[in-house]
Design a protein around this ligand. Sequence first.
Ligand SMILES: [Zn+2]
Length: 242
Amino acid sequence: MSAFEKLSALKDKMMKPIYDKRRHLGCEMCGTTFYGHYQKDGHNAVPNGKETPHPTKKGWVILETYSDVFYPVCPSCCLCISVTDAKQAKEVYLERQEKQKKREERRAAKEEKRNAAPVNCGKRLFFERRDLFYKRLEQVWENPENIKPVELLSTSFLDELFIIHSGLGVRSKMFAHYKVKKLFIDGTYMSNSGKSKMGWFTPYFVIENTKTGKVREHGAERHVEPRKNRRNDPDRNWGLPE
Ligand SMILES: [Zn+2]
């Protein structure tokens, strides 16, 4: 037997108890605990109990590991990097669960607060809660013949109705015998440098009663002409030098 073989036999003998011992392990990722053995290969090395201070980060330590002792994979989620001692794994898992639960509670409370806010569409059209407003928009879109006159006359109601169901842009749809067209007043203009577009589009609605042919328009009165700049002002010679 060569010296090398002797040495490796000695090492195997020394390491045997480490591999043979049945251990209570757990997975930080899925919370499963199980009994298993350390193994000779893998990706998650087992610490050997020694620690060295981190060379640059103050207060940090490096956990030293055995060179050829690894945790087995988690039998439940098949990850190996999240396997550790059962007690620690359980603690980490529960702590994360708890944090997630709190996060969800906070999100639900925020959502509820948002939904509880009233929505005022003007023209005596008022919703006590935001979710009731969106529920009503849904109902009207599904059954357009049920639209109420007050809803047909509300710019903000019609605006949101079109936005959530068919997006931005020019749209038209029949509501009972009323043909509703969503149009825009173009209030955009170029900046002084001509590099960017300023101003805004104001949506307005043209409603045609297809039985009587009567047409009415609303929303356009809300349009506010943006402030003039040098570039679009004839009094200042369109911003050109004298
Ligand atoms: Zn797992």
